[in-house]
Design a protein around this ligand. Structure first.
Ligand code: ZN
Ligand code: ZN
Length: 200
């Protein structure tokens, strides 16, 4: 039972990172309450992607620690069913660790630990080529960063375009991926103070 729950959490955490990553890439800014820091980190990552491979582990994963509180806090307060706790624990841990899986997908083969390389090649962790597509025009897909399993499903079905239309109809806010690609173009250097924790 526990193994099935862990497997389900692993499988759906990839979907969770896709939806979360899509939302922070496309909506809000540094000034957004609560999530401003993580939004700035994800949107800035498109301009300065190389910094993710130079950041210390904790400086990388801490940006994804706040959002999972939405799941963990009510679960711990209101629920003591073992399977629910296992699911939420594994699901949210993988969401937090996805920033490290993401960093590995930006590294060269020669820089990766052999076990990580193997896991990427087996499709257990998001691959370098898969995530590379996220940083290419039209900059509107490949948002999942645990295993990448859901990327072809979400991109192929037009899931995010439908969600963007629904958000636009309800709020009048267009996602950043509808605008010019210039928002996502890599810059040669990062501004002073951006990407704290980057090792020189
Ligand atoms: Zn992104
Ligand atoms: Zn990236």
């Amino acid at each position: 039972m526990a193994v099935g729950t862990i497997g389900l959490a692993y499988w759906t955490s990839d979907l969770g990172t896709g939806i979360f990553h899509w939302s922070v890439d496309n909506y809000g800014s540094k000034a957004t309450p609560l999530l401003g820091g993580v939004i700035d980190a994800f949107q800035g990552h498109h301009k300065y992607p190389w910094t993710i491979t130079k950041r210390q582990w904790a400086n990388n994963v801490h940006t994804t620690c706040v959002a999972p509180l939405v799941f963990t806090t009510p679960t711990l307060l209101l629920n003591d069913r073992a399977t629910d706790l296992i699911f939420v624990g594994v699901f949210t841990s993988l969401i937090v660790l996805s920033q490290q899986f993401h960093a590995w997908s930006h590294m060269k083969k020669s820089e990766l630990p052999p076990l990580v390389l193997k896991a990427q090649d087996m499709g257990l962790l998001v691959g370098r080529r898969d995530h590379g597509q996220h940083h290419k025009s039209p900059f509107e897909g490949h948002y999942c960063i645990v295993s990448g399993y859901w990327n072809p499903i979400l991109d192929g079905s037009g899931f995010f375009r439908a969600l963007e239309q629904a958000v636009f109809k309800a709020t009048g806010t267009a996602p950043r991926c509808w605008s010019d690609d210039v928002e996502f173009i890599v810059q040669e250097s990062a501004p002073e103070g951006w990407g704290r924790g980057v090792l020189k």
